[in-house]
Design a protein around this ligand. Structure first.
Ligand code: SF4
Length: 211
């Protein structure tokens, strides 16, 4: 599946950010919104030179809100941004976290307000370059339609662990991006199976769309 996706999409170079700080801020901003909206919010922060952990940790929540409005849920996300940046700074900053074991970074991130499992996985993989497979709703939908798991996030996480133990960091990085790409363009809520390059390997296509 990853081979077919890679053939189609090539190198995706995820995550769309230039610095580790931007990846972390983006991982919070992208919750429940499209990447286009995140981009607008990130542009606001970048123009004001506030796209860093230190800058956000020093900024009052009311100020953060003004810059991140395009990303939606800005009341909530401004608190989450402030919290994660403050906690990272307290812990000694990015350079200290980079030296931690996978287990310790995971434990540190998951207890921060606003950091759920998916956000934690995004940050582990794309900011700290750890071998983590990101499981999101797109992953669960695609995998269950294809027929490699039964529907449900628990199943998706179970398979995610197997994938993460058998893929290189580079492949894990690309694979998540590929899943997002196909889920947004072809395997959408109403899948376009007729034009899908995975259709010969997909149970959904066979079970639901053939006469
Ligand atoms: S064949 Fe249809 S259900 Fe299967 S992956 Fe493609 S779009 Fe999704």
């Amino acid at each position: 599946m990853h081979k077919l996706l890679k053939q189609e999409y090539g190198e995706l170079h995820w995550w769309p950010a230039e610095t580790v700080d931007q990846v972390i801020l983006g991982a919070i901003l992208t919750q429940n919104t499209s990447w286009n909206n995140v981009r607008l919010a990130m542009n606001n922060l970048s123009k004001a030179k506030l796209d860093s952990i230190d800058a956000i940790a020093s900024l009052p929540v009311e100020e953060i809100k003004k810059y991140i409005k395009p990303a939606g849920f800005f009341n909530q996300k401004s608190v989450y941004l402030k919290e994660i940046c403050t906690q990272i700074r307290k812990e000694g900053g990015i350079s200290r976290l980079e030296k931690m074991s996978d287990k310790d970074i995971e434990a540190f991130l998951i207890k921060i307000k606003g950091v759920g499992k998916e956000t934690m996985q995004d940050i582990m993989l794309y900011a700290f370059k750890r071998n983590v497979f990101v499981v999101d709703k797109y992953t669960e939908r695609l995998f269950s339609r294809i027929g490699i798991i039964k529907p449900g996030m628990k199943e998706a996480h179970r398979l995610g662990k197997e994938i993460e133990n058998s893929m290189s960091l580079e492949d894990l990085n690309n694979f998540h991006g590929e899943i997002v790409e196909i889920s947004k363009s072809i395997c959408k809520a109403r899948p376009e199976c007729g034009v899908c390059f995975l259709r010969n390997n997909c149970s959904y296509e066979k079970d639901f769309t053939e006469p």
